[in-house]
Ligand binder design. Structure first.
Ligand SMILES: O=C(O)c1cc(C(=O)O)oc(=O)c1
Length: 305
């Protein structure tokens, strides 16, 4: 099938630089996606955007270039609940990738079992209105109850302003809960202000809640952008991410978010994005937890036993 990209779509940056920050051995890029290729794995009819292609081969080349050992591939909303591109990437990774799928309540136990065998270890619930149609919470809770016995977790993506309304649902989830991109704080507000404090309280009061301290390129208002050799990019996001890493060092993950869907004004150089990491995790001990120990515990638990 031929697809036409959403008008204004920005393709991922080819030719990323080599990071100056040297990733620790065993580092995991714990949030990235594959898109299609559309001709092989068509985008879902219900999608809200049509991306460029971003194949498993291109993802694995980026992994090696940046110095990561493994990936966690998260089902992108442009593929809906059709996990074929994700599963294909996991199966082609030689054990170097695990995944987070999107499923519907109609999924069978056999299908869940097959996803597990392919390397899926979580499901994603998305509450960002520009990305997905609404799914009733009782349906999501039913899915959570079915994946819990598999040892899977739930990844949630939402905007900071929606946290109060979603609080009761999130805190009732029976699994580990991983928040995408710190719950998308408005970083033009103070890091000590009530909005981000609610997010910190969410993590403080609920020991099963983890956060990805990812996507500064999405959250930053003032930049500077990770382009043209800038190794101290997105400085306005640093205090937010650093606060989370220092307060909850054993419950944080980091990922590139490659191929960066829906960015509107620039596309970061992923090498420079990796150089964001030591600004938010300034010690070797914090870096080891963020990049190696935590993702391993969640996605390759059999290695931590
Ligand atoms: O903010 C976004 O547009 C976005 C979209 C998706 C997706 O479409 O799955 O995933 C992300 O992590 C972020």
């Amino acid at each position: 099938m031929e697809f036409t990209k959403t008008p204004g779509w920005l393709d991922w940056f080819s030719g990323p630089s080599k990071p100056r920050f040297q990733l620790p051995a065993g580092a995991v890029d714990a949030h990235c996606h594959v898109f299609g290729p559309g001709a092989e794995f068509p985008f879902a009819p219900e999608r809200k955007y049509t991306p460029c292609d971003a194949s498993k081969h291109q993802l694995f080349a980026l992994r090696d270039h940046l110095g990561f050992e493994r990936n966690v591939i998260v089902q992108a909303t442009c593929h809906g609940a059709d996990n074929r591109a994700l599963v294909d990437a996991l199966q082609s990774s030689g054990g170097k990738a695990r995944g987070v799928a999107t499923v519907k309540r109609s999924i069978t136990n056999q299908e869940l079992h097959d996803l597990h065998a392919a390397g899926v270890r979580g499901v994603r619930f998305n509450f960002v209105k520009r990305l997905v149609d609404f799914t009733p919470k009782d349906e999501l809770m039913e899915i959570a109850a079915r994946i819990a016995p598999l040892g899977w977790h739930v990844v949630i993506y939402f905007e900071a302003v929606d946290l109060p309304e979603l609080w009761d649902f999130f805190t009732a989830l029976p699994t580990t809960v991983v928040v995408d991109h710190m719950g998308r704080p408005d970083v033009s507000k103070p890091v000590d202000g009530p909005e981000f404090e609610l997010f910190l309280k969410f993590m403080r009061e609920h020991g099963n809640v983890w956060s990805k301290v990812s996507c500064p390129e999405r959250l930053s208002v003032t930049g500077p952008r990770a382009l043209d050799g800038e190794r101290s990019a997105y400085r306005d996001v640093v205090p937010f991410a650093r606060r989370v890493v220092e307060a909850f060092p054993d419950r944080v993950l980091w990922g590139t978010d490659w191929p960066h869907p829906n960015l509107k004004d620039h596309m970061p150089d992923d090498g420079l994005l990796v150089d964001f990491i030591p600004h938010v995790a300034p010690t070797a001990e914090l870096q080891q937890k963020l990049l190696v120990d935590n993702p391993k515990r969640l996605y390759w638990p059999e290695e931590s036993q």
